[in-house]
Design a protein around this ligand. Structure first.
Ligand SMILES: O=C(O)CCC(=O)C(=O)O
Length: 207
């Protein structure tokens, strides 16, 4: 369902079995050999999520992508799992967007998790100019997702992203401001046995 030119919300995109499988992979990854961490960003503030970048690392101090986590522990970013790449490609195709994802930012939100309004604009100039999308997958607790305009001061729409939903923004919507104002604790499907929310945002760094 297109909610604005270039932006689509695909509610209940993933079956519960598919969600369970992805949640298992997310759990293993965030507590694996290269664990998720809470980034401290340029201004010194701590983010309100645990983050793990796959395929390429996003450095919260420089806002640049790199192979190793120079802002934290210098460990290499783990590869993007094939199962993740496959689902992201399928979502983009169903939203009518060309996409060959090469990185994913995996965020874990606990009951107090949130993310301020921001633009995703650290991918390559060519990728941004081509409007290659950001593809987002939500798992677990529902999030109140904020979707604004191309300028911070433009009006912001609030929309609930539930477990299994996909959200895509590319083309003219690629640089729209977005964020998460709150998590609704206890709203995850019981089959997932998950307290909190995983969000996967896929991007294609370059053409
Ligand atoms: O958790 C979400 O739905 C949004 C995540 C996000 O904005 C980001 O990773 O840039």
């Amino acid at each position: 369902m297109e909610i604005a030119p270039g932006a689509s919300h695909l509610p209940r995109y993933l079956s519960i079995e598919h969600q369970r499988a992805l949640v298992e992979q997310c759990r293993a990854l965030i507590d694996g050999p290269v664990p998720a961490y809470v980034p401290v960003v340029r201004g010194g503030g701590r983010m309100h999520v645990r983050m793990l970048c796959l395929g390429r690392h996003w450095n919260g101090k420089t806002y640049a992508y790199e192979a190793t986590r120079a802002d934290y522990d210098n460990l290499p970013a783990p590869p993007l799992p094939d199962a993740f790449r496959t689902v992201a490609r399928a979502i983009a195709r169903d939203a009518g967007m060309p996409f060959e994802p090469d990185l994913c930012i995996l965020n874990f939100y606990d009951a107090d998790g949130r993310m301020g309004l921001h633009q995703d604009k650290d991918e390559s100039t060519r990728s941004l100019a081509a409007g290659l999308p950001v593809v987002s997958v939500s798992l677990g607790d529902t999030a109140r997702f904020l979707f604004g305009g191309l300028k911070r001061r433009e009006p912001v729409e609030s929309r609930l992203l539930e477990s299994g939903d996909a959200f895509v923004f590319g083309g003219p919507a690629r640089l729209r401001f977005h964020g998460v104002s709150r998590i609704i604790p206890g709203s995850a499907p019981p089959e997932l046995e998950l307290t909190g929310r995983f969000n996967l945002t896929f991007r294609q760094y370059d053409l």
